[in-house]
Design a protein around this ligand. Structure first.
Ligand code: WT7
Length: 660
């Protein structure tokens, strides 16, 4: 089921926005103290390999220095080959060794209000104990470990323990279902799961261990399960399988807090992170060690203008790449002090974040536009009750930020003077690639501005030809970068096919983009069958296959509908088998099934029963028309449609689409 690629109709909206004349030059005060200098662009352009090589020498503590900066066998990259290092050592021990042991690595805040302060010395001890526990439980260098946890300190500790012994982790977002977890364990052939009994969300215990038990019915590679007690006494009992399941406090606590990090090759797999693509099967995006460390730490220092005294808060969940690169590896490599918050922004009230910023004097905040829009909806009285004057820089990630949200963020959170960095990147890119440099770049609300130094971005037409300034097309990357994905786990063909075949020699990101006459980049959203719901990537086909799982469903087609809060909302068109009655109960059962198979975030907000779907004469579903129907727009060209009555029928019914 493939469909034609079209730029979303929001292109027209962007056209309007580009007429937007508001510009925000950096303030002289900020420029004077900024980490980033305009000269970085020229330096990187002169010789991008030399640029990254110098950074790799300066920023990484190597056991053995690398011989070669880049081996580029398009599309397979190897960076800093011949070198050996340990990522956890670079994120922890070397800071302790240079006297930063008492510096706070994380201020952790539990949703119920409990807190923990973890210094770099604490982290060194805790990670060492966890690494020793993994060894005792039979994990060896190279074995994959699945991590399925809430936002508690044991999550980064578990990741770093894996890195310390060279066991790649695959973190599965705690909101994913047992089936989604099982699929990721099967694909990665993980040997162990690290989890918790549950975590606190919106005042309730969200249980996790039960989902692990269910997943393990179909995930036979798992030998051991390590379980953190976060919830404790609770109505829902936690089953512990003797010989398989172990409590963290029984096993980890009694370990020695001394552990020598294992040197690994620069290209040793650091982690896999599964992400949705244009098929039903999520892809295991493969990241390795040295290049990833260089790319995430350097971008973090430059883009967030990190200084030793900053209190930095990336409010993402570590289950997504944002958390991997900008809560764990980048910030720790830079010896940053970070905030980690377990719960939701509305618990106990909509000022939870602003309270945290006031209490901890947070100076840098990095979050998603969907969160900003949700705060806007609640009203500025919530942030106004708090002293947010410690904030000196704001970041945005995950989806295009609309100028209205940008301006609200600027005024009501940033006090009208904190620069905003709108950062474009992907699970695959590992590090931020398109962003302003604070103190250098004049920003325009809604534009992610320019490629980071050393990164080569272009906007091309359908034939791969660069589009002149002022035009729109497909976003591509034209040279390798250190934190880039090294492949899709176990499927090099799919890697080539997905990213490198649409435009030969170029990485195709799957996003549409425009460049205005001054060269500013404006991201237009996905041009493939991928939706972006609250900054989460969900494949239309994944949701469709969950829907057709139900015996009563004959066919389903899913599209993203613009949504004022979540960016896009999922709109499902469902054809039932003959004789099946369409009613609300069935609609709800189908929605719940999607939540169970994928995650509650993938639950269709709108579900419409329809007798047929618009298809081309060759049988492809015309998702473009479905998007028009979902938006209630005037229909585009229907000349290739097999039966144009179909659209009219669906159109008539769309008035009755159900919203949850
Ligand atoms: C997709 C990648 C990168 C971490 C979070 C998402 C969209 C991301 C922006 C931005 C416009 C953005 C793109 C991209 N996206 N950041 N600043 N402006 N769009 O990671 O789940 O891999 O999703 O998110 O469509 O392709 P991801």
């Amino acid at each position: 089921m493939t469909t034609e690629s079209t730029l979303p109709s929001s292109a027209a909206e962007i056209e309007n926005l580009m007429a937007e004349e508001r510009k925000f030059p950096p303030s002289p005060g900020f420029v004077a103290q900024a980490n980033a200098k305009a000269s970085l662009y020229e330096e990187a352009e002169r010789d991008f390999e030399a640029f990254w090589a110098k950074l790799a020498r300066e920023r990484v503590a190597w056991y053995r220095p690398f011989d070669t900066t880049l081996e580029w066998d398009l599309p397979f990259a190897k960076w800093f080959t011949g070198g050996t290092l340990n990522v956890a050592y670079n994120c922890i021990d070397r800071h302790v060794e240079r006297g930063l042991g008492s510096k706070v690595a994380y201020h952790w805040i539990g949703e119920p209000g409990d807190t923990r302060t973890i210094t770099y010395a604490d982290l060194q001890r805790e990670v060492s104990k966890a690494a020793n526990a993994l060894l005792e439980l039979g994990v060896r260098t190279g074995d994959r470990v699945a991590i399925y946890m809430p936002m508690i300190p044991e999550l980064p500790i578990a990741m770093l323990a894996c890195a310390r012994i060279g066991a790649p982790h695959t973190v599965v977002f705690g909101g994913f279902s047992a089936e989604a977890l099982a699929g990721r364990i099967q694909d990665s052939q993980a040997k162990m799961v690290i989890t918790a009994d549950g975590g606190w969300r919106r005042g309730k215990a969200a249980m996790l261990k039960g989902a692990v038990d269910e997943a393990l019915d179909t995930a036979p590679t798992i030998e051991k399960v390590l379980v953190v007690r976060r919830i404790g006494e609770h109505d829902i009992p936690v089953h512990m399988e003797p010989g398989r399941d172990f409590w963290w406090h029984d096993i980890v606590e009694r370990q020695s807090d001394q552990h020598t990090p294992v040197p690994v090759d620069s290209e040793h797999m650091l982690y896999l992170l599964y992400t949705s693509g244009t098929t039903a099967k999520p892809k295991g995006i493969l990241h390795t060690s040295a290049g990833y460390l260089v790319g995430t730490s350097f971008t973090h220092e430059m883009i967030f203008d990190l200084k030793p005294d900053d209190v930095y808060w990336c409010a993402a969940d570590i289950g997504w790449v944002t958390g991997h690169s900008y809560i764990v590896y980048g910030p720790l490599a830079n010896a940053a002090t970070g905030i980690m918050y377990e719960g939701t922004p509305d618990t106990p009230a909509w000022d939870r974040w602003w309270q945290i910023i006031e209490d901890y004097k947070v100076s840098i905040l990095y979050c998603a536009p969907t969160a900003i829009r949700a705060f806007m909806k609640q009203g500025e009285q919530w942030p106004r009750q708090h002293d947010l004057s410690s904030l000196r820089l704001l970041g945005s990630v995950g989806e295009p930020i609309n100028p209205e949200a940008w301006l609200w963020y600027h005024e009501h959170i940033g006090g009208g003077n904190a620069p905003i960095v709108d950062t474009w990147w992907q699970t695959e890119t590992g590090m931020i690639l398109i962003t302003p440099l604070p103190g250098v770049t004049t920003t325009k609300p809604g534009s992610a501005t320019f490629a980071f130094p050393g990164i080569s971005v272009d906007v091309v037409d359908g034939n791969g030809q660069s589009v002149p300034l002022g035009g729109g097309g497909y976003l591509v990357l034209k040279r390798p970068w250190p934190a880039m994905l090294r492949g899709i786990y176990g499927d090099p063909e799919r890697y080539k096919q997905t990213y490198w075949s649409r435009f030969p020699g170029m990485y195709f990101a799957g996003d549409g983009a425009k460049r205005d006459t001054e060269g500013y980049l404006w991201l237009l959203g996905r041009v493939d069958d991928v939706m972006n719901v609250s900054g989460h990537r969900i494949s239309t086909i994944e949701v469709e296959s969950a829907l057709v799982d139900d015996k009563r469903v004959a066919e389903a087609a899913v599209v993203g509908k613009n949504d004022p809060i979540t960016g896009q909302a999922i709109f499902a068109f469902v054809i039932l088998k003959s004789g099946i009655e369409a009613d609300d109960d069935l609609a709800n059962a189908l929605r719940d099934h999607v939540a169970k198979v994928i995650s509650p975030i993938a639950k269709p907000k709108f579900l419409m029963f329809t007798p047929d779907l618009p298809k081309t004469r060759s049988g492809k579903i015309m998702r473009r028309l479905l998007r028009d129907i979902a938006e209630g727009r005037k229909l585009g060209d229907t000349t290739t449609l097999a039966d144009s009555n179909v659209v009219t029928t669906i159109r008539e019914r769309s008035g009755v689409a159900e919203e949850v």
